[in-house]
Design a protein around this ligand. Sequence first.
Ligand SMILES: [Zn+2]
Length: 654
Amino acid sequence: MRLRVVALVTVALAAALPSAAQQLPGIVRPEHYDLTFVVDLERERFDGTETIRVQTSEPTTRVVLNAVDLQLRDVMIGSGASAQKAAVTSDQSNQTATLTVPKTLPKGASEIHVRFSGVLNDQLRGFYISKANNRKYAVTQFEATDARRAFPCFDEPVYKATFALTVTLDRSDIAISNGKVVSDTPGPRAGQHTMTFGTTAKMSSYLVAIAVGDFQCLNGRAENVPVRICATPDKMALGHIALDDALQILEFYNGYYAIKYPFGKLDVVAVPDFAAGAMENTGAIFYREVDLLADSTSASLGARKRIAGVLAHEMAHQWFGDLVTMQWWDDLWLNEGFATWMANKPLAAAHRDWNIGVDEAVENQRALDLDALRSTRPIHANVQTPSQIDEIFDAITYEKGASVLRMVESYVGEATFRRGVNAYLEAHAYGNATSEDFWKAIADTSGKPVERILPTFVNQPGVPVIDVSLACTGNRTAVTLSQQRFLGGSGSGGSGGSGPEGTAERWQVPICIKAAGRSAPACEVLSDTSRTITLDGPCVPWVFANAGAHGYYRTAHSSDILRAIAPRVTAELTPAERLSLIGDEWALVRAGRHSMADYLTLVAGYGREQSSGVLEEATTRLRFVHDYLATDATRPPLERFLRSLFRPLLGEVG
Ligand SMILES: [Zn+2]
């Protein structure tokens, strides 16, 4: 899912969580759902029938599944002569229905038959009514826990099953779902038609999707996969940018992943009312209109980037999330961190001029800012209830997850990381996985201690700051690195935090050091609180301890290093590195660790900055210094400094 606005402030999750009571018992597991829906837009209702083929792991008289705001009728368990009528008790607080039969169900295969009905709600979740052009549409949005509002189901990501859907609807409308349309017949009543969709691959219930209305689609094909961009009839023509992007992204992903696009067809549907930015339903991505549609003759660069970026995110989910799904919501980052990390790759490949590396550095800075709060949380979150699950769709899951992946990718090398990712996807395709499965796959492929590094970033809250200082002894450069938890914001004093037992947090930090006059960076894992590394060759005047700007940590270079590196930033650092350096320096000043003099020493090197993203970072901060921090006495010399600093740049733009 791509959120419209990713929550920037996380709240610390309550330490005392309820027991795992909200998870299903696990004795009965679904294998296949046959589902029919009759959608009545006029009366804003739906009726359905369902047969779930299940496997029971031990004899039982009870089946517990999820259902909310649904009326269940004619519930039978078993088939043929052994079918028995089940009594239904609902538990509103746990969002479950318990089906009880008189005679014990044996271990093994069984079937559950249910008739159900519900209201097409106005809450933008479950199966809901959406309105545009003086008419109604019916749309689903199930992530994280709302499939249970549309049909009774085992509504947890681990209960993967295949789904065969049939939808009866008004003759003038169409339905779009996860599978290809395999039949479309008139009736059963006058004015209706019935569309049957091909059985899906094995997938989690939160990825089931149905959209009903007068949608019209643009058609394309990439890698032999039919791709459609669908919208209300008045907006269909605004889908051309998205169609071109979707075809390019599909080709890119089919090249990157060892497993080709696994779901047969891809529909992308712009929905008039949609709460999230977009949702990666398997083979049927649903989208907020403004994030998908734009006039190809007048769309701004920002609009084009947004359309491509969200599509790349949702399409990445077809592998990360849909094909391989986190075992439980506590590892949501395996979906969202991955999709956020991956989405930049097809964009960077197709649009070199978009400077995606700078966008990634901005993404890192956003995560670092949030993670410097005392109230931050670990990426891996202990969540049980639907509201706890909803809370973790935040920048820690998305942006920090992506940043940490970029760091490990950079540490093991892009090609090795890709092999590890593909090994992970192949091992868990059509199944579920945990964080441990992921870091084991990367460790096995790379032979590097990724299984020690990643847990310190995934299971521990916060972010380290790496202090960097230089000494020249015996004509060799000694770089001393030390780590501590970074707590940002004014008034924090920037002192290190402490862990749950009062112990200082420690990370296993892969650090790559770029040095003056050296072509290749030197990479090390900082495991201890402090460590000194000796560089080959004669002494150097400066080092930069975040080569590539891929590290997920703040870097505090000593004042000497800042003075030496400032005049060399344009010549020797990439735009992303420059952004990371100046962004970190500002955070250090705000935390009271470095002085404003340090910041101004460094910023003096940015007078000829050409990258708009980097320039924006520097000028935004300088404006803040000028407007809020400078006094009547210091403002005039500051203004003189800024004028002389940016004079060359202003001269170039005229
Ligand atoms: Zn997502």
